[in-house]
Design a protein around this ligand. Structure first.
Ligand code: TYD
Length: 208
């Protein structure tokens, strides 16, 4: 049986990943693909602990957060009920809102980047995506979208952190340019323009 495709959407907070994931999936289904939408942090108990930390209700350092995201990601790949691996091996495509690139960019601003990258990239349980699409917006534009849509702010949702995280994303994409399939899309345009670009990139993925 042909394996499913594994596609990740990444971006700063407020970059429109959720909306774009929905539009991409609509198009993939229109093309006859079977698609499963998922996100990190997951709905696991580790995901719950992460949400407490992201919400600022519990204080965790960047190394604890990195390890917790790693644990959540291993569960996300390997759990027998709705793990990513199960879907891919059964020929179902997976679209995931955030993945290890977020750990590199977000935890990598305070924890040692190489350590965070090594433990994710060298873990045999953690699948490598076929494609990562980065929705690029300026930290200022993201800030505006967050301010318009949210009442509460998570620990990384401030202009200073977002600026450092965006720089980290670019640094990481440069480090990974020969080993991963990463495409950057200008997400400051209209929803339709951004979606058209994402679909174009998706259509360039080779049949596997
Ligand atoms: P987000 O996509 O903003 O979810 P929601 O809109 O439901 O809040 O992701 C939650 C936060 O988690 C976001 O600020 C980025 C952060 N994050 C990390 O710091 N490291 C990671 O490895 C992942 C997957 C997410």
């Amino acid at each position: 049986m042909k394996k499913g495709r594994f596609i990740v959407l990444e971006g700063l907070d407020g970059s429109g990943k959720g909306t774009q994931a929905d539009l991409l999936i609509e198009e993939m289904k229109r093309q006859g693909r079977n698609v499963y939408l998922t996100a990190e942090p997951t709905a696991s108990s580790t995901g719950g602990m992460l949400r407490d930390a992201l919400g600022g209700f519990v204080s965790r350092d960047a190394y604890e957060l990195s390890a917790m995201f790693l644990l959540d990601r291993i569960f996300h790949n390997a759990n027998p009920k709705n793990g990513i691996r199960q879907y891919i091996e059964n020929g179902i495509d997976v679209v995931c809102d955030r993945y290890y690139y977020s750990s590199f960019a977000y935890q990598g601003i305070d924890a040692d980047l190489k350590w965070v990258m090594d433990m994710n990239l060298n873990c045999p349980e953690i699948l490598k995506p076929d494609l990562c699409i980065f929705l690029d917006i300026s930290p200022e534009a993201g800030e505006k979208r967050i301010a318009d849509n949210r009442l509460d702010r998570e620990i990384y949702e401030n202009a200073q952190a977002q600026k450092r995280i965006r720089a980290r994303f670019y640094e990481v994409f440069e480090l990974l340019k020969d080993s991963e399939n990463i495409k950057i899309v200008d997400a400051s345009r209209t929803v339709q323009e951004v979606s058209a670009d994402i679909i174009k990139i998706y259509n360039q993925l080779k049949e596997n």
